[in-house]
Design a protein around this ligand. Sequence first.
Ligand SMILES: [Zn+2]
Ligand SMILES: [Zn+2]
Length: 443
Amino acid sequence: MNEPIVNVGILTSQQIKLNILGLYTSPNFPGEFSGEVLVTYENNLITFQSEDYKYSTRKPIELEPDEFYNDTFLVRDVHIGKEFHWERSKDLRFLGSIKLIIQEDQVTLINIVPIETYLLSVVSSEMNANASEEFLKCSAVISRSWLLAQMRSKNELEDQPNLSNNRENEIIRWYNREDHKDFDVCADDHCQRYQGFRNIKINVAAEAVKFTRGLVLMHDLDICDARFSKCCGGITESYENVWDDKHVPYLKGIVDYKFSDEGFDINLESESATTAWIENNPPAFCDIVDEDILEKIMVDFDLKTKNFFRWEVNYSNEEIATLLFEKTGIEFGKIVDLIPIKRGKSGRLVKLKIVGSKETVTFGKELEIRKILSKTHLLSSAFIIIKGETTDGIPKEFTLKGGGWGHGVGLCQIGAAVMGERGYQFDEILLHYYSDAAIVKYY
Ligand SMILES: [Zn+2]
Ligand SMILES: [Zn+2]
């Protein structure tokens, strides 16, 4: 099999400014293009304008580099980190071909590029390229598997439900990533962060991508949907507790450690076991406070969140009632209790019952619980609830003591990075987290 090609949506706008370094030509019209190019959308037409040429068309426009590695294009004002605190605009430089299409009364720029070239940028954009080489190799295999699994399952996943048949007073939701129609993946955090080829520390990342060329995670004959999250909290979560009720053999809960669990009861579906697990620090690869290691692992804008292995949030009764009203539109009255109904393998709450003086509703799954109990997102739904002093059955405050960051399914990024620092090889790391998978050379 040859190396596949990926179509990446870079940006959609009324107007796109490009700067071509080297030479690009188009199979759609004559001319050679370099320097500043302005692309605009108006009246159902794309207008393409360089110093010497101007074309308008309704059809897609393609542009190809004269020489793949020598000719590049800069896209001005690409919006990155959409809906995250690091949201901003940046000028980004890319390799490969360009396709311009009309999409919802705007023009979309798509970068067409071989997968291994795309991965080179992703592996450096997603994580800090100072991380260990073994960890970067893991990232390369995961990104490649994820992308190929997406491209294969595209169009198969449409109309997937994300809301279960709810019983009365029960709101159980999960969130599937929406696929893109006109390209395979976007360049932002929604898919994989792909920020071009300008500031990347090309050597380490390039080595990791080159070393793992064509390697993917497979289970039976399927490429694995290689999910990952920031920090599992000690045990990873199984797929069905976060998304739809489907058993995915390579995405099941595993203890994030190689040695004995030091006598902890790891049946975290039980309340007493979860309490002991959260209150004490069980040994885990992702229990890390060493700033030197953290700085090596994470890209700078993620460094603000430091206490993620174990964390705590405190709300007064009024605060939590106001928050719940803002988030759900439900008037609970005074909050009487928060009752865990169902936990997953990692202790993450799958269902939480909120008992108010006026209304009682059960919420799930994990992301929904994280959304309604925080102005932004709680770090995870693996938390225990400690009630404050109670007057007439109403607790004064609630303390949520939790562990981990993110949904916890698949590879634990912090844990994997620490394993890399400690000398584990990339295949050992991958098969630790995706225990039922195999590493296969796909092309
Ligand atoms: Zn996307
Ligand atoms: Zn972990």
